[in-house]
Structure formats: structure tokens, C-alpha cells
Design a protein around this ligand. Structure first.
Ligand SMILES: [Mg+2]
Length: 241
């Protein structure tokens, strides 16, 4: 029985001896993306429907359309933009469901292991500073990071190469000695173009789906298989010991 469980854990070979900086995405990578999915795909449509006197279905349709048109832009990450766009207090709504914010399994163990090996740990996120604040308060993860880089402060989202060009000198990591983990392939592609040597795709960003329809939409984004993947941070612990 025990052997069977042990077999399931894939060991990812990352040469941590050659890596001095670890760059990490927040939502979907360190944190369960269910919180964000539930927020944007359920709570916001619900409140939008109430405020604009439309059905939940209609609200959802209109919102998905709006979300799509701002995907991979700074607007997408800007909570104040959405507050004014939708006529809702977005940060206050996030605060309302903060109990749903969860850290993925073995993340803290992984961060502790990086610390004890003397690695620099950087958070590289598209999340808005107000969202980061709520998430740090709930999870206590802030203490692990040497530096938090938010795309909002840089002026470009991580999908844009200019984000990396501006962020790199601020933080000072060496591309050749850095590992970057993210759950979005297009972000990894940009980081690859920028020359970050070690890249990993975090699979299973959300522990569960909000509902079926959303699942269909997501399945259109198939993985390219271009990047090495991890499902659980446990897979990296052996390489760090
Ligand atoms: Mg992410």
C-alpha cells in the first residue's frame, strides 16, 4: 500500500545546485486558483446581476465577454479598473470571501527548503497590490519573499517581455541561475524568450472547478507540452534535500 502511494510522486530533476534565485507566481501556482475562479465566475456575476437587474446567466455572459477582452493586460489585474467598470467594490468583495484563499499543498515546505538552502525567493505576480495584501494577510506567505514584484508596479503584465526587461535590473537575478514557476504557459513562453534558464509549469492551478461551463472554456487552452510540469510542490522536495 505504501509503495503504491510512493510511486505516484513524480520526482522532477531540477539542478538546485546551479540555481540561486527562485521566481514564483502567486495565483494558481502557490495559491489555489479556486478562490479567483469562484470570485470572478460566481460572486462577481451574482453581484453584477443584482446591481444591474439582469439574470445571473446574462450577467455571466456579459462578464466573460469583458474578461476576455482584457485578458493578459494590466486592466485584467487592476481591481480599481474592475470596480469602476462594473460599479462594484471589488476589493471589498474579495475581502468577503477571503476564507476561500488557500495555499497549495507542500508550498510552505518548499519555501522553507529553499530558505534553508540559501536561495533568493521572489514573487512575480500579475495580481493587484490590493489582492496581494488580502492574500498575504490570510496566508502569512509574505515572510518568505526577498522581493515582491507586481506587474502593476512595473507597468506591463508578465506576458509582455518588457515586464522582464524592467523587472530584472530591479531585482538583479541572473537568468542563467534562475528557476521560474508559473501556471500560465504564455507567461512561461515570455520568460523563456527573456532567457530564464529553468522553467516549470504548475499544473492543477485550482483544486476544483466552479462549474461545468467554465470547465469547457478552460479546456480550449490545451497544454503545449513544451515545459516540464509539476502537479505538487512535493515533487521538488527531493531535489532540494
Ligand atoms: Mg498564475
Amino acid at each position: 500500500m505504501e509503495r503504491k502511494t510512493a510511486k505516484k510522486i513524480e520526482i522532477v530533476e531540477i539542478p538546485f545546485g546551479q540555481i540561486d534565485s527562485v521566481l514564483l507566481d502567486l495565483d494558481g501556482t502557490l495559491l489555489d486558483k479556486y478562490f479567483d475562479d469562484y470570485f470572478w465566475e460566481h460572486l462577481v456575476p451574482e453581484k453584477y446581476a443584482e446591481a444591474h437587474n439582469v439574470t445571473f446567466g446574462r450577467a455571466k455572459e456579459e462578464l466573460l465577454e469583458m474578461y476576455r477582452s482584457h485578458e493578459a493586460t494590466l486592466n485584467w489585474t487592476d481591481l480599481d479598473f474592475w470596480s469602476s467598470q462594473l460599479g462594484l467594490d471589488i476589493p471589498a468583495l474579495k475581502e468577503q470571501i477571503k476564507h476561500l484563499i488557500e495555499v497549495h499543498p507542500h508550498v510552505e515546505e518548499f519555501l522553507e527548503a529553499l530558505r534553508s538552502r540559501g536561495k533568493k525567493i521572489y514573487l512575480f505576480t500579475n495580481a493587484h497590490y490590493k489582492a496581494i495584501e488580502i492574500k498575504f494577510k490570510k496566508t502569512g506567505l509574505a515572510k518568505y519573499f526577498d522581493h515582491v514584484v507586481a506587474s502593476y508596479g512595473i507597468g506591463y503584465p508578465k506576458e509582455d517581455i518588457r515586464f522582464w526587461e524592467k523587472a530584472q535590473p530591479r531585482v538583479g537575478f541572473e537568468r542563467e541561475k534562475s528557476l521560474f514557476i508559473d501556471d500560465t504557459e504564455s507567461v512561461l513562453e515570455t520568460a523563456d524568450k527573456f532567457g530564464i534558464k529553468y522553467l516549470l509549469l504548475k499544473e492543477k492551478p485550482a483544486s476544483k472547478d466552479v462549474e461545468e461551463k467554465v470547465k469547457e472554456r478552460k479546456s480550449t487552452k490545451t497544454k503545449t507540452g513544451r515545459f516540464q510540469t509539476i502537479k505538487d510542490f512535493k515533487e521538488l522536495l527531493t531535489a532540494l534535500k
